[in-house]
Design a protein around this ligand. Structure first.
Ligand SMILES: C[S@@+](CC[C@H](N)C(=O)[O-])C[C@H]1O[C@@H](n2cnc3c(N)ncnc32)[C@H](O)[C@@H]1O
Length: 213
């Protein structure tokens, strides 16, 4: 249940969602059962819309998990476009590879295996679209390492910036104090970044959207 929207608004929007295909449903079920955080449905729809509108040739994702968002992006991409996606967990990489194969998206998805903090400084290409969805304590460093990889006019999307409502809340449970503090510090950097025209949207868990200017 969202702590960002009123419950009735959240329920209303959930009902507005279009039906997923079988594989996507299976991935959502697997992620839920195994406590793997993946992009929520409303954010996923929005992500797909952005990919449709922007039609990126080169996409970079930081945080693949089981490749749920990767596959959703890849399915929208044109045949000659591709997505590089970085993941450090060996278990998640194994699952991601198997789901990518089942989704028949191998030709458009490259998994970069390892820590994005090590991989990003070695990347030479520039991207039209970057999606950041990794560990919150590394958001600032990952953002700083990747912003220069985004082309002018490119889109930068970041998940979890309203962090279940705690980012804007005065009362934060002990369990969420550290992560909320990381997100607040990140948001300040993101919102002050002069390279981007940016905003935070109350979609899903809060999406940061920036356009490189
Ligand atoms: C929230 S999940 C990604 C969900 C995925 N984007 C989706 O919506 O389907 C975050 C993933 O990032 C990975 N991760 C976290 N920090 C990372 C880093 N520094 N380098 C590479 N992967 C990282 C975690 O192992 C985890 O699988």
């Amino acid at each position: 249940m969202s702590k960002i929207l009123f419950p009735n608004q959240f329920e209303y929007l959930q009902k507005s969602l279009s039906a997923n295909d079988r594989l996507t449903n299976k991935m959502v079920q697997y992620a839920r059962q195994n406590n793997i955080p993946i992009l929520d449905p409303l954010s996923s729809e929005f992500l797909e819309q952005l990919v449709y509108i922007h039609n990126p040739k080169k996409v970079l994702e930081i945080g693949t998990a089981i490749a749920y968002s990767t596959i959703r992006i890849s399915k929208i991409l044109k045949k000659t476009s591709f997505i590089d996606t970085i993941e450090l967990s060996k278990d998640n990489i194994k699952l991601a590879k198997s789901y990518i194969k089942k989704a028949k998206q191998e030709s458009k998805i490259n998994i970069l295996e390892g820590n994005a903090l090590d991989i990003l400084p070695k990347i030479k290409k520039k991207y039209d679209f970057i999606f950041l969805d990794a560990d919150k304590e590394d958001y600032i460093e990952l953002f700083n390492l990747s912003i220069n990889l985004l082309k002018k006019g490119g889109l930068y999307l970041i998940d979890n910036l309203l962090w279940q409502g705690y980012t804007a809340s005065k009362k934060v449970p002990q369990k969420y104090k550290t992560s909320t503090s990381h997100i607040r510090k990140f948001n300040k950097i993101f919102l002050e970044c002069s390279m981007l025209k940016k905003t935070i949207l109350p979609i899903g868990d809060g999406l940061g959207l920036g356009i490189k200017i």
